[in-house]
Design a protein around this ligand. Structure first.
Ligand SMILES: [Zn+2]
Length: 322
């Protein structure tokens, strides 16, 4: 709870400078957290969330006529509000500039990652309510998700992606092609891609949670040869209990120009997560929006936190999303 004071300070700044709100509402720390997170989503998906409203003592957002409530840190449809304790709390992570060096992990951090990475814990632990993301992306079922798919050219291959990211993907493709003309590493990367995958209606490995691949909002880029480099924490976990300590230099990574091109268009790279997945990019513009907010208010130091969680209550790392 050590960020509550900081939160209160920057909240004041936010509400007066960045997000003026009409009416007078007395807000507590949890309301501020809710408002900021919903605001980041609203800015990232303005066509899906047109306005935010404080209703029945909670911040709410409406998508396609369904009102979602911030219920004790969970984003729930109205009929599920009372069941908030059955769901995992929403954790908003500050997307880091660089992958975290495992040499900086404390023993407590290592123990926490080992526990969270345990196969049984991942399968049987509390989960987020799926309705908010399904509504945001347009489809809780396969048919709905597939109706949003469009084929687009990326790295000389056709991939099926959500229509929302067609322009971002085209820009990534153009930026990487341009970089390959003067950056040898990028040219080699492009000529040695083994496979490229985007849409895939499936759950995140080892969980019952839907992957962003299910909506065509994530892209996996695999090289023909990894040259013994490690790509994915879970494959490593199955043979090495210290999977989280694999040095960065031993993990496969796309060239910096490729990561930068994706990030510029609202994607995050899985190689920056504690649960690293270095072939994976996913469209998370709300994280970029939150980053803008944090830098606009002078970075209240949250990035220094070991778990890089923006808000109090964030006691876990960003879950692997493969
Ligand atoms: Zn993936």
């Amino acid at each position: 709870m050590r960020y509550l004071g900081q939160l209160a300070c920057f909240a004041l700044f936010l509400f007066t400078a960045l997000y003026p709100i009409t009416g007078s509402t007395i807000l507590n720390g949890e309301d501020v957290r809710a408002r900021l997170i919903f605001e980041a989503f609203r800015r990232a998906f303005p066509d899906r969330i047109s306005s935010l409203e404080f209703k029945d003592e909670e911040w709410t957002a409406v998508i396609d006529g369904t009102r979602f409530f911030w219920a004790h840190g969970r984003i729930l449809p109205e009929k599920e509000r009372e069941k908030w304790a059955s769901y995992r709390q929403h954790v908003f992570i500050a997307y880091p500039d660089q992958p975290k060096d495992p040499r900086s992990y404390s023993p407590e951090r290592i123990a926490a990652l080992r526990e969270q990475g345990d196969a049984e814990a991942r399968l049987n632990g509390d989960d987020h309510h799926p309705a908010f993301r399904a509504a945001l992306y347009g489809g809780a079922r396969r048919g709905g998700a597939e109706s949003n798919l469009v084929k687009v050219l990326l790295f000389d291959r056709m991939v099926s992606v959500h229509k929302r990211i067609v322009q971002p993907i085209k820009k990534v493709n153009a930026a990487v092609s341009a970089a390959a003309k003067h950056d040898k590493e990028t040219a080699i990367f492009l000529s040695s891609i083994g496979s490229l995958g985007a849409y895939n209606w499936r759950e995140i490995r080892g969980t019952t949670r839907r992957s962003l691949h299910s909506w065509g909002l994530a892209v996996d880029v695999q090289p023909q040869r990894t040259r013994s480099k490690i790509m994915f924490w879970e494959w490593e976990r199955d043979r090495n209990a210290d999977w989280m300590l694999v040095p960065l230099k031993d993990r496969w990574a796309p060239p910096a120009a490729v990561i930068a091109a994706f990030e510029k268009e609202g994607f995050v790279w899985g190689g920056k997560w504690d649960f690293y997945d270095t072939m994976h990019f996913e469209y998370r513009p709300e994280l970029q929006e939150m980053k803008k907010v944090l830098s606009a208010i002078g970075n209240p130091g949250v990035q220094k936190d070991e778990q890089a969680s923006v808000f109090p209550g964030g006691k876990e790392a960003l879950p692997a999303a493969r």
